[in-house]
Design a protein. Structure first.
Length: 465
């Protein structure tokens, strides 16, 4: 297994080099040079594995033996030792057609913990083994920042800076990032939206001199290891569901703004997991829905919604999927991404669009539908959804079929988004770890929306002793 860029100008590299490169040096996204297909007999054996054992089994196809088995095992078990459920990602049955995959049992109560707790361990491992400085740089629409900081705060040889859009994340998300006191953490509150933050991150990683001189490493889902770690819970959820049901088709409904979480599901399917539809749930920022339904990828006007982690117009993992749907043609990807930069849109049609629509469903959930879904499932099932998970459930309901089961991803604990829960007339009990945040002092630096201001703060932070 080696790794290449979607744009074709990165030579085949190994697992750790791909992890450390993050964004491809040619501006593309790194992918495996071939996707392994897991034999049916092996999948059957995997049904009996614990979550941690399943991580190790799947990663064994991708790491090329670059990490000794005992070291990898120690990192995996350490990563999930702080999770509040022994299953790590338990599956809850709601009714005959709907199951929820709970991904919020990690330290920051969001699905990002699944990958970022492991990536924090891996960055710490590489820093120690290679005696390297590692300066993690990322952007967040809310959850990535807290999870990434939690994974590496206080770790020797590592500094982390997270950009978040000022005033456009939930209060709990902000507090989880900005109440951390360790000196290796910097939070930049940026005037603008998430797409502005993400664009600056990509610009800085594309500046190879800046990237090298500042020892930059990526934590966002531009890093393939993040995708790979998220692929595991699709396998785990599928195995838990088929143990409980007959031979109905299993679909997945995925709330997503950056196309990373659903791309992990696509990777699992390409690896041989026998799932049906991948249902893409968005909110009013519905560029991905339009792509699935019409073949047009074109950012619209940014909107703040009840599900702020999906308030994204430019999905950073979209290029990975485009690479596969267009036959792994790097030259065509380079042409299309240059076109997108110049003209602001990509259009596909014909056979390629038919392929997209065979693999994916999509539903853009408007604000009132999101709130109505929260109220309905709390009243009828006694289950309180956060607004992102509610978007996933609303999309699952739209595609409901009595001969199929849908596993909808519950991506965050509702306490992280009490602003939306209160609008539903519901009073919830906060976990102690979240309620205690409101008593803590915040540390963040507000900056304007220019790259120059961000670079000035980064250089000051990275060069501080």
């Amino acid at each position: 297994m080696e790794y290449i860029s979607t744009r074709g100008n990165v030579g085949k590299i190994g697992f750790i080099d791909a992890f450390m490169m993050g964004l491809g040096n040619d501006g593309g996204l790194l992918v495996p040079n071939e996707i392994p297909v897991i034999p049916a007999a092996t999948l059957k054996e995997w049904q009996e594995l614990s979550y941690q054992e399943l991580v190790l089994a799947i990663f064994s196809y991708f790491t090329n033996g670059e990490i000794p088995d005992e070291d990898l095992k120690a990192m995996v078990y350490a990563s999930y030792s702080t999770f509040r459920d022994p299953e790590v990602t338990p599956v809850r049955r709601i009714n005959d057609q709907l199951y929820l995959l709970e991904l919020f049992h990690g330290p920051t109560f969001a699905f990002k913990d699944i990958a970022l707790q492991f990536m924090g361990q891996l960055y710490t491992y590489v820093a120690a083994k290679q005696n390297k400085k590692i300066h993690i740089l990322g952007a967040t629409s809310g959850d990535t920042g807290a999870s990434a900081i939690e994974g590496v705060k206080g770790k020797e040889g590592i500094k982390i800076c997270i950009l978040h859009p000022h005033g456009k994340v939930s209060k709990v998300q902000e507090l989880q990032m900005t109440t951390v006191k360790e000196d290796n953490v910097l939070n930049l509150s940026v005037d603008g939206n998430f797409d502005d933050c993400q664009r600056m991150i990509k610009d800085l990683f594309a500046d190879l001199d800046f990237k090298a001189s500042n020892h930059l490493a990526a934590i966002n889902s531009i890093n393939f290891v993040r995708i790979l770690a998220q692929t595991v819970y699709y396998f785990y959820a599928y195995f838990q569901v088929v143990k409980q049901t007959d031979e109905k088709q299993v679909n997945f409904s995925v709330p997503t703004g950056n196309f990373g979480d659903i791309f992990a599901g696509y990777l699992a399917k390409r690896m041989g997991l026998p799932v049906g539809k991948l249902i893409l749930a968005t909110n009013e920022n519905n560029i991905l829905e339009r792509f699935i339904l019409e073949g047009v990828y074109k950012p619209g006007d940014f909107r703040s919604t009840y599900s702020p982690s999906m308030d994204i117009q430019v999905a950073s993992n979209f290029e990975r999927y485009l690479y596969y749907v267009l036959g792994e043609d790097s030259a065509q990807i380079r042409k299309l991404m240059d076109q997108f930069k110049a003209e602001g849109q990509i259009v596909i049609s014909g056979e390629a669009l038919s392929k997209v629509q065979a693999e994916f469903g999509a539903h853009g959930v408007q604000g009132q539908e999101c709130l109505d879904t929260i109220k309905k499932y709390e009243a009828e099932n006694g289950y309180l959804l956060d607004p992102h998970s509610a978007c996933g459930v609303a999309a699952a309901d739209k595609y409901k079929n009595e001969n199929e089961i849908t596993v909808s991803l519950a991506t965050a604990h509702p306490a992280k988004f009490n602003e939306a829960i209160e609008l539903c007339g519901i009073e919830q009990q906060f976990p102690e770890q979240i309620s205690s945040l409101f008593e803590k002092e915040q540390r963040q630096t507000r900056v304007g929306g220019s790259l120059t201001e961000v670079v000035r703060e980064l250089e000051k932070f990275y060069n501080a002793r």
